[in-house]
Design a protein around this ligand. Structure first.
Ligand SMILES: Cc1cc2nc3c(=O)[nH]c(=O)nc-3n(C[C@H](O)[C@H](O)[C@H](O)COP(=O)(O)OP(=O)(O)OC[C@H]3O[C@@H](n4cnc5c(N)ncnc54)[C@H](O)[C@@H]3O)c2cc1C
Length: 395
């Protein structure tokens, strides 16, 4: 697979209507003022926009590139509580027992919120409730993952099952792992369809989208703000920055606080039926315990493997990550044989110095970002929280 015979764009985009991410109008139609200006049309910006529009605000969302250009239409679509990297004991040591529990509970809430939102809004995004198997790449990881899951079960009711190496073939068609843990409440979705559905609901609520239209020069202007949007001027009572890993130099305060990192994915060509069926026999999402962090799942039609990893070079180098991911996929699943990669792509996730998402205000400008590579549920949930804060809702 040395040749670049694959499509260098997300597999998910093949499934979308061509106008799924269209701009509301040309930039010449940008209004002179609005109640709320949101920079960034990913899950966080769009969920905030929808929430505020439904609360009666006039909302403009501007994206520097295209609606859902960033992680939100590129990710692996795996969903789960996305617990903080410090784990229960680390969180207790850093924040005390009560706050640690609140943080972990809120992680559980992000998943419940996401599922409920998708169902109540009837967003067609191939939501899968099959759970996730996380394989241990070392024997000692199996014990530490089991201990952590047990602690989380006691603390916030996380459901899990341990799976020994002898039994793991029933969960994952591989002998690569030293057993693993099943999280039955996790799952996956088609991320670009979810983004398109969210954009659609926001539009229906009256949100106006402009893209490509970078936001810059956000300044106080009396009781509100003025900003440049796609080279034009707009006044807004409130501004929300939701640019996450794509935050650029035009937003220097936020740029300094977000550490961008690359996450990349390959999709296989359609696999022979028996091979496809062998990879995740129970239709679960898959992951591992390595530092590279590998995440896997089948496509919605169960015919392709979607295989991703994190911690590549920051620059977008498909010539490096596509063959790397292919090699790793083959190591885990030798039955893939001489398979062809059909799509290879990447995106920039946004880390923070304390590995936690951040939501708040700087000089009156609201922000929500820092999902640390795990943001399908988090970006949606915290986008809504940012909007509730902006609307003055005590929740
Ligand atoms: C390859 C990959 C795989 C992933 N897999 C998973 C997964 O399986 N599960 C999971 O939970 N998470 C996953 N993630 C992470 C998840 O996708 C993100 O955390 C989430 O989508 C972040 O959403 P967001 O709205 O904060 O930011 P984004 O979706 O990144 O949107 C930010 C937007 O801001 C825009 N922007 C930047 N600067 C400006 C400006 N000045 N003005 C206007 N707009 C601007 C960008 O164009 C971009 O569209 C993955 C990410 C990647 C890249």
């Amino acid at each position: 697979m040395a040749d670049a015979s694959y499509k260098a764009q997300p597999f998910w985009w093949d499934d979308l209507r061509p106008d799924a991410f269209r701009s509301t109008a040309g930039i010449e139609d940008l209004p002179g003022r609005c109640d709320v200006l949101i920079a960034g049309a990913g899950y966080s910006g769009m969920t905030a926009a929808l929430t505020l529009a439904r609360a009666g605000r006039s909302v403009v969302v501007a994206d520097a590139n295209r609606i859902a250009f960033g992680c939100s239409a590129r990710n692996g679509g795996l969903i789960g509580p996305s617990f903080h990297k410090l784990g229960l004991s680390g969180l207790r040591a850093a924040y005390g027992a009560a706050k640690a529990r609140d943080i972990l509970r809120e992680s559980m809430d992000t998943l419940a919120y996401l599922r409920e939102f998708i169902r109540s809004e009837k967003i067609d995004c191939d939501l899968n409730d099959g759970g996730r198997f996380r394989g241990a790449v070392r024997r000692e990881h199996y014990d530490s993952m089991a201990r952590e899951a047990e602690a989380l079960q006691g603390e916030v009711g996380l459901r899990f099952e341990t799976v020994s190496k002898a039994d793991q073939r029933s969960e994952c068609g591989s002998d690569y792992f030293h057993g693993g843990i099943v999280y039955p409440d996790d799952g996956y979705l088609q991320p670009a369809k979810y983004a398109a559905g969210l954009a659609e609901r926001a539009r229906q609520a009256g949100v106006r989208f402009f893209a490509p239209a970078p936001v810059s020069d956000i300044r106080r202007n009396g009781r509100g703000f003025s900003a440049r949007v796609g080279g034009r001027q707009i006044d807004a009572e409130q501004v929300l920055v939701a640019t996450n890993g794509y935050t650029g130099k035009e937003l220097p305060f936020f740029r300094r606080r977000i550490i961008p990192a690359r996450s990349a994915i390959i999709a296989t060509e359609e696999l022979p039926g028996d091979v496809a069926a062998s990879l995740s026999p129970k239709g679960r999402g898959l992951g591992d315990s390595s530092r590279l962090l590998v995440y896997m799942r089948m496509s919605s039609d169960n015919r392709r493997l979607i295989f991703g990893g994190r911690n590549f070079k920051l620059e977008d180098r498909p010539d490096i990550y596509v063959p790397d991911l292919r090699r790793l996929a083959l190591r885990i699943f030798p039955q893939l044989g001489n398979f062809r990669v059909s799509h290879g792509w990447s995106g920039t996730v946004g880390f923070t110095f304390d590995y936690a998402p951040h939501i708040g205000q700087h000089d009156g400008v609201h922000y929500v970002m820092g999902f640390c590579g795990s943001g399908v549920g988090r970006a949606s949930y915290y986008g809504r929280m940012a909007a509730l804060q902006m609307a003055g809702d005590p929740a």
